[in-house]
Design a protein around this ligand. Structure first.
Ligand SMILES: *[C@@H]1O[C@H](CO)[C@@H](O)[C@H](O)[C@H]1NC(C)=O
Ligand SMILES: *[C@@H]1O[C@H](CO)[C@@H](O)[C@H](O)[C@H]1NC(C)=O
Length: 253
């Protein structure tokens, strides 16, 4: 009888297991894109023809980071894939708002097969576009560029109304085995190296923002003292560290 029971179980296993595995296998669109595009809201098609079979318990995800500089140019870093981390949710972040440079990100984690099927950027873009670029200039001019890798040139352009300083920085965006570098220069009202507003994880993307030490040049000469201050502070810190290192090696064997 025991053997009969065992055989029954075995049969159940043989019949049931493959269908169970089939049921749990699930698929997502797969793809990455990085580039600079003109007017992506009307031209960019985010559909990926590639398909990825996911591990058990995975979700689909689609994530995009958009950086807009003067004019119509926009840098896009986009990814679609299976994901073993995250919970079903849509996250929209306006890191930096226009006028001047703008940075927004959108990420969608969802649990149905092929649910990462967004095609256009229309509605993502529209939220961003509510912050109208105010015409008129402040008299301030900034080197302006947006490029994958580094900018070949950065013409000095008049800044739009409501911006008051120049931004200059790089974003290193990475995920798994892709890694891309964006160079960004332009007018802004954000203070410091905060185009990403301090956020370094967007969906599965890691974003590292770096700026040269003198990344801000404000309009008024007297504000020069403001960015002298941190460098003096850094110099002091460096001296203290140097003394510590020297002290440490002097007392060593
Ligand atoms: C995007 O591309 C897919 C296939 O490549 C196509 O089926 C779809 O209609 C396109 N969407 C738009 C809005 O052009
Ligand atoms: C900014 O724009 C407003 C109207 O939108 C205008 O009245 C003002 O003069 C502008 N400021 C500068 C500095 O151009």
């Amino acid at each position: 009888m025991g053997a009969c029971h065992f055989q029954g179980l075995l049969l159940l296993f043989l019949l049931g297991a493959p269908t169970l595995i089939m049921a749990e296998k699930f698929f997502c669109q797969k793809g990455t894109f990085m580039g600079i595009q003109e007017n992506p809201a009307s031209t960019f098609n985010w559909t990926s023809e590639k398909v990825e079979a996911c591990d058990n318990g995975a979700l689909c995800q689609e994530t995009i980071l958009l950086i807009k500089s003067a004019g119509t140019k926009t840098a896009i870093v986009a990814t679609k894939s299976c994901s073993l981390e995250g919970t079903p949710a849509i996250t929209y972040i306006q890191h930096t708002a226009a006028p001047g440079l703008a940075a927004i990100s959108y990420s969608n984690y969802c649990e149905d097969p092929f649910c990462n099927n967004r095609e256009g950027l229309h509605d993502i873009w529209n939220i961003e576009a509510t912050e109208e670029e105010t015409e008129g200039t402040t008299g301030l001019r900034c080197p302006t560029c947006l490029a994958l890798g580094s900018c070949l040139n950065a013409p000095s352009l008049a800044c739009p109304n409501k911006t008051d300083r120049c931004y200059q920085g790089q974003l290193q965006v990475s995920e798994g085995n892709f890694n891309s570098l964006l160079e960004i220069k332009g007018c802004t009202s954000i203070i410091g190296c905060r185009l990403m507003s301090g956020i370094f994880k967007v969906g599965p993307l890691w974003v590292k923002e770096t700026c040269p030490i003198r990344f801000i040049s404000t309009r008024k000469i007297d504000s020069g003292a403001m960015w002298l201050h941190p460098s003096v502070w850094k110099l002091k810190l460096l001296l203290i560290l140097l003394l510590l290192v020297l002290g440490g090696s002097a007392s060593g064997p």
